[in-house]
Design a protein around this ligand. Structure first.
Ligand code: PLZ
Length: 438
């Protein structure tokens, strides 16, 4: 049922019902599975999550960039219900079904470039990233994979190796998959290199000297880094890396798990720089919360793996495919990609005004509805303690806000694209007050 689109606190955060559930969680779930918010969800719609105590929170997280078209969008709910009544599962590898093919056709159309494409479906972002690497290895006959500083690609064994940050993602969980190499990312706020081509030369020199193109299957990069701190590379960086890949027969893979599917004001973030990847990884926003991910790419590369080389029991599950088809309809019918651009203008305007009076905001960056502030101390060093205080003050006031960044000093904003301007302004009012007091 649709909730009134308003923030409303009826108990302290967390309320008694959430506290009781948290006690059950502590007894039943390992502490390693932690939560951002101390409250349990009961219901959600549009830009509001209602907790089990009846508090209504403004959602600036979208379940980590997933509920782009609004959580439980009615069209998605109807499509999933109808699909569940028809068949919940047959396994695409046993008796295939049309919705999988329709999602593949849609992603072949929506991803950058008008070359011939193929799409394979999986369950999670990490699983799709792993499959992109498998496909690139099959195509090139090479093994090495290059990723970047601050990268996040998942928590499975191969993707842990590809993820940069040790704590909490990798610490104590090794040994990690071999043949993964790390190159310097373009991070203009920290490395001071505003010319993307220069930053790319620095990265390509490392790749050339430490790996060698002849050994390299794929370069995997987030066009805008997510967990790593919403790092937008300097203009020209992505294009220079992509061009080098083309010249050297290396598969250029865009991990658009977080930045894709309308989030940044383009269907895919690499479109902002006119870059056409060989393979694109999609997940999160594609199915409004049902687990679905995809690898889409050039037919010649995608068709390189042998028959039955790719698959999985649940990959492209019918419920997730029905949700994806409805999500795509909503994105297109409601002009939500353009809405992401409008959200960017509103957020940037507000955040730049706050930053003008507050030197602790070192940088405002991002695109569309993927915007962040990087917090620094008087010496310009990352201030993770401030980010933590600020996030927890917002949580207490009923605003769901997430942090990120290698140093944990970045506050990121990932509202659903269907959120109202009024709720965005209210959440930013809360943030502004919290910052004054933090
Ligand atoms: N690639 C770029 O952002 C997931 C993870 C949160 P899965 N990011 C949120 C956490 O702490 O686990 C992500 C991503 C990028 C890959 C992934 C992995 O996607 O669906 O979580 O496997």
């Amino acid at each position: 049922m649709a909730l009134t689109q308003e923030r409303r606190l009826v108990t302290p955060i967390p309320g008694p019902a959430s506290q009781a559930l948290m006690a059950r969680k502590h007894a039943a779930v390992p502490a390693a599975v932690a939560t951002t918010m101390p409250v349990f969800a009961a219901e959600a719609s549009g830009g509001i999550v209602k907790d089990v105590d009846g508090n209504q929170l403004i959602d600036l997280g979208s379940g980590i960039a997933v509920t782009t078209v609004g959580v439980s969008a009615p069209r998605v709910v109807d499509a999933v219900a109808a699909q569940a009544a028809a068949y919940t599962h047959t396994c695409f590898m046993v008796t295939p079904y049309e919705p999988y093919v329709a999602v593949a056709e849609a992603l072949n159309r929506l991803t950058p470039g008008d070359h011939e494409k193929r799409t394979a479906l999986f369950n999670s972002g990490a699983e799709a990233v792993e499959n992109a690497v498998k496909i690139a290895r099959a195509h090139t006959g090479r093994q090495a994979v290059v990723v970047f500083d601050h990268a996040y690609h998942g928590r499975t064994n191969l993707t842990m190796a590809m993820t940069a940050k040790s704590m909490p993602y990798k610490h104590g969980f090794g040994p990690f998959s071999p043949e993964v190499y790390r190159a310097p990312m373009s991070y203009p706020f920290r490395d001071g290199i505003k010319d993307g081509r220069l930053a790319a030369e620095r990265a390509l020199d490392v790749i050339d000297k430490q790996v060698g193109a002849a050994n390299l299957a794929a370069v995997v990069i987030e066009p805008i880094q997510g967990e790593g701190g919403f790092v937008v590379p300097a203009e020209g960086f992505l294009a220079a890396i992509a061009q080098w890949c083309t010249e050297n027969g290396v598969v250029f893979v865009a991990d658009e798990v977080q930045s894709g599917f309308g989030r940044t004001g383009a269907m895919y973030a690499c479109e902002h720089e006119g870059v056409v990847p060989d393979l694109v990884v999609t997940a999160k926003g594609v199915a409004d919360g049902l687990p679905l991910s995809a690898v889409t790419g050039r037919a010649a590369i995608m068709d390189a793996a042998h028959a039955s080389g790719l698959g999985g029991t649940y990959g492209g599950n019918p419920l997730a495919c029905a949700a994806a088809l409805a999500t795509i309809e909503i994105l297109e019918a409601e002009g939500l990609v353009a809405r992401a651009g409008a959200i960017e203008s509103l957020m940037r305007d507000r955040l730049h005004r706050v930053a003008a009076d507050d030197p602790r905001i070192g940088d405002v960056r991002g695109r569309g509805a993927m915007i962040a502030i990087e917090l620094v101390d008087a010496a310009g060093e990352p201030d993770a303690a401030l980010a933590k205080r600020l996030a927890s003050a917002c949580h207490t006031e009923g605003v769901i806000i997430l942090t990120c960044g290698t140093w944990g000093n970045v506050i990121r904003f990932l509202p659903p694209l269907t959120i109202s301007d009024a709720l965005l302004h209210e959440a930013l009012d809360v943030l502004t007050t919290a910052l004054q007091e933090a």
